[in-house]
Structures are given as structure tokens and as C-alpha cells.
Design a protein around this ligand. Structure first.
Ligand code: DGL
Length: 263
């Protein structure tokens, strides 16, 4: 009956949290959006590791049985160190491995990936994909304006379309037949990305694939909750109207949103 802890720099991880809540309605979620440090994608790996350690320490104090790192920048920079420090205390799920596995199972010939600078510079996706599909070239592009744009609520309209088209027209992404959205903010603009490609490119994100892995791991460890024990809780390290709007939109009435000054 213990909760699942989920964190991201902001509203992006809510896309993963929503997929988990839909798949596993009996699980209580405690979500932490580190809005005081957003965007993570422009920070150094050391800074992201420091934030992640502190957030996870807090979530473990709340008795979480599992931690979902619902952020690619944190998954690529901090998954190893989190396991090193805390693997005895909870199960850990990152958002990279499930997406790589899903991509490797598709008959793609040329795969593209868009993500933050931190994720692209880490090279983790190339490494992980190479282990499963050495034949499949991965063409990565850092798209650093997208996460802040989404956080500010620009998901439709002239500004977001211009920024998105500029990125997707980049020569590095030409001729792809699959595209990985390797940032948990990007499912919020997935319809715009799909509209740009008009069916020519299959788009994959880490929402449902991560929810499936969460379920599998809980079953394997006999940790599934039988019923919802308490309402979900949502915390932010700095108040932002977009976080509040997105949380209420995703989870309806019963949302408790609190400011948590852990820094
Ligand atoms: N949602 C995060 C990710 O998946 C990061 C966005 C950001 O803060 O840069 O990488």
C-alpha cells in the first residue's frame, strides 16, 4: 500500500504519472516537480544528480516503494547514482530503457530522437540502443526550446509551430521513419509533431511503455496495491501557474497541490 514516488523538473513527468494512474488506479502517487530548477536539460550532469539525490531522499522519507525518474535528463544523468545510494530502499524505474526497448522492437530503418541538451549530450540512448539494435542508426537532435515553451503553455499556435517546424526540418532528421520523444514534456505536443509528419514517421514516447514497466516490476516484487490508500499528492519546489493548470487538467478535482521548499 506504500506510494509510488515520481519526479521531473516540472509538468513533463505528469504525462508519465497520468499513464501510471490510468494503468494502475489503485496506486497512490506522490509527484515532485522541481520547478525551482527547471529546465534540467540545460544543467550539468552534476547539478542534475544533486537535485535527484535530494528529491529521492525526500520521496523515500515518504515511504515510497518505487521511484519513477519521469525525466530523461535525470534518467541519463542520475539513474546510476540513485541505484548506488538507494537501491536497497525502493525499486527504481527510468524512462530511457522502456523507450529504447519499444524502439528496438519496431522495424525502423532510420531513427530520429529529440530531447534536451543534457539527454542528447549524455549519449545514453545511442549506447542502450546499440546493445539491442546495432544495425539501427540513431540521429539525435537537441531541442532545448521545447520544454520551456511547453512549461509556459505554448503548445499550439504560431510560436510553437514555428519553433517545432524549425527543429523538425533539421537536416539530421531527414529521411527518418521513426522518432523518439526523449523528453517527458514532449507528449504534450505529440499531436503537433504527428501533424507535421502526416503519417510518414511513427512517433514513440515514454508514457505507456513506462507505465507497463512499472506494473511489471510491482507484480514481480509482489508490491501491487489492492486499493487506493490515500489521494495522490503533488509537490512543486516553486509555484508555477502552468504546473497547477496541468495538474488539475490531468487529475481532475481530487488534486492536492503543495509547495514544498526542500532546497
Ligand atoms: N522533462 C524532462 C526530460 O524528460 C526535462 C525537461 C527540462 O527540464 O529540461 O528531460
Amino acid at each position: 500500500m506504500r506510494p509510488i514516488g515520481i519526479f521531473d523538473s516540472g509538468i513533463g513527468g505528469l504525462t508519465v504519472a497520468r499513464a501510471i494512474a490510468r494503468r494502475l488506479p489503485h496506486e497512490q502517487l506522490i509527484y515532485f516537480g522541481d520547478t525551482a530548477h527547471l529546465p534540467y536539460g540545460d544543467k550539468s550532469a552534476d547539478a542534475i544528480r544533486y537535485y535527484a539525490l535530494k528529491i529521492v531522499k525526500y520521496l523515500l522519507e515518504q515511504q515510497c516503494k518505487m521511484i519513477v525518474i519521469a525525466c530523461n535528463s535525470a534518467s541519463t544523468a542520475a539513474y546510476g547514482v540513485l541505484l548506488e545510494f538507494f537501491k536497497e530502499q525502493a525499486l527504481f524505474v527510468n524512462v530511457v530503457d522502456p523507450l529504447v526497448e519499444a524502439a528496438a522492437a519496431e522495424p525502423f530503418g532510420k531513427l530520429g530522437l529529440i530531447a534536451t541538451k543534457a539527454t542528447v549530450n549524455s549519449g545514453v540512448y545511442e549506447q542502450q540502443l546499440y546493445r539491442l539494435r546495432p544495425d539501427l542508426p540513431l540521429h539525435t537532435l537537441a531541442t532545448p526550446l521545447l520544454a520551456p515553451m511547453i512549461e509556459e503553455g505554448f503548445v499550439e499556435g504560431k510560436i510553437s509551430t514555428a519553433i517545432l517546424e524549425n527543429y523538425l526540418n533539421d537536416p539530421r532528421l531527414q529521411g527518418i521513419d521513426g522518432l523518439l520523444l526523449a523528453c517527458t514534456h514532449y507528449p504534450l505536443i505529440r499531436p503537433q509533431i504527428e501533424a507535421f509528419y502526416q503519417g510518414r514517421v511513427k512517433v514513440l514516447d515514454s508514457t505507456d511503455v513506462v507505465a507497463r514497466v512499472v506494473e511489471k516490476q510491482l507484480i514481480q516484487h509482489n508490491l501491487l496495491a489492492a486499493q487506493l490508500s490515500a489521494p495522490h499528492r503533488f509537490y512543486v519546489s516553486d509555484y508555477t501557474p502552468s504546473f497547477e493548470a496541468a495538474t488539475r487538467l490531468f487529475y481532475g478535482e481530487s488534486v492536492q497541490l503543495d509547495y514544498l521548499p526542500i532546497w
